[in-house]
Design a protein around this ligand. Sequence first.
Ligand SMILES: Cc1cc2nc3c(=O)[nH]c(=O)nc-3n(C[C@H](O)[C@H](O)[C@H](O)COP(=O)(O)OP(=O)(O)OC[C@H]3O[C@@H](n4cnc5c(N)ncnc54)[C@H](O)[C@@H]3O)c2cc1C
Length: 422
Amino acid sequence: MTVLIAGGGIAGLSLALTCQQIGAPFKVFESVKEVKPLGVGINLQPSAVRELFDLRLEQHLDKIGVRTRDYGMYTRTGLEIWTEPRGAWAGYGWPQYSVHRGMLHMMLYERLLERAGPNCVETDWTATGFENKRKGAILHLKNGAGEIRQENGTLILGADGIHSAIRAQMVPDEGPPAWGGYVLWRGTTRARPFLTGASMVMVGYDAQRFVSYPISAADPATGEASINWIASIKLKQGDRWRKEDWNRLARIEDFLPHFRDWRFDWLDVPDLILSSERVYEYPMVDRDPLDRWTFGRVSLIGDAAHAAYPVGSNGAGQAIVDARKLGAAFLKHGLTSGALQAYEDEMRPITEKVIVTHRAGGGPDGILDMVEERCGGVFERIEDVISYRELEEYAEKYKKTAGFSIAELNAVPRIVPEGARI
Ligand SMILES: Cc1cc2nc3c(=O)[nH]c(=O)nc-3n(C[C@H](O)[C@H](O)[C@H](O)COP(=O)(O)OP(=O)(O)OC[C@H]3O[C@@H](n4cnc5c(N)ncnc54)[C@H](O)[C@@H]3O)c2cc1C
């Protein structure tokens, strides 16, 4: 009776920690030989942080991340449009964290090995496909040396990210992820944090955007923190870009000219870019929503199930919430295909809405485009361009779509009840 998890990223490890918590036997197969702290900064919304706290990871999160205080929208001329408090400052029962993805990944990995033993994750094994059997499922695996093997389990979860092999078998004609014409450049820079010291900002508009936030506390000796930033540009129709790869290094000259004049008294964008240690590029891709994730005893979780444009600060958080919903389904239905179906029935419609909303420009950044269209990013008073009410309603609408509503989250009981065992 084992849950086989293909992929040991944020989704796979959160699911493994959940299985360990509720006493469901599991095994993770991860394609890389060595788990390393890759990526740059990400955000964890209170809905996901709540789940990590329920996994007894609060202290560990505080060691690696920053409790995000507020979130501000600014025009490309540096004028403030809207700022709202975040996490506990906004009234949630839990904080929002800004954190380095690689440090979050390593923290989940180390805690899992500590709690479930060193053999629960097998690295250097890539999932290549699956088979449903009458009483279980078989995961096909291949290692770096080309050896192949099969693993028998009760259920299989494809947690193998945006290029999922499990999904490819379910939807053989799908092809590569869909590109929306935007390229993201991502980096971290040692610098003094801006505004409150724990502020997240989004500057510009659809065609030219800059997002930044600190992902470490400031060093008391230097006053400097690790500042994450993402610059994005919309290319002209018909332009092409290199294939997506989270680890591809970039050339600053490809995008710096678009941000050369973005020097504000509260943030110097060119300086932040030029002082970065390393810059990565990533063409903004997503996947079409699927009309099913579950095939018998096999289902999908995280980006393998629902990769959306990374504009709403919720890719990793959604993966964590998926894992917890699966845990709750296992508790209710046992390790059965019915549990997979119950999880899918709840999560697929929610994540589909997020994919569609992000594609249509309806993410939190939609406010920037409204202001740019109305005044070209220049105004004396923001109230002359857009009312406070409109701004507030827009922000609340996105929170509802993505499952971040303050009142709803605070009111719902724990997804995995304390002490529950399968
Ligand atoms: C190296 C890397 C860097 C990233 N950097 C960023 C970033 O800077 N900003 C950002 O917003 N998002 C980043 N992401 C994506 C982000 O982690 C996910 O969008 C989100 O956390 C959802 O997590 P996931 O576990 O579904 O997918 P992922 O985090 O992508 O994890 C998938 C895991 O599955 C493994 N895998 C892939 N194929 C197979 C297979 N066939 N068999 C077994 N294992 C397999 C991968 O090695 C990976 O560990 C990164 C992902 C990766 C893998």
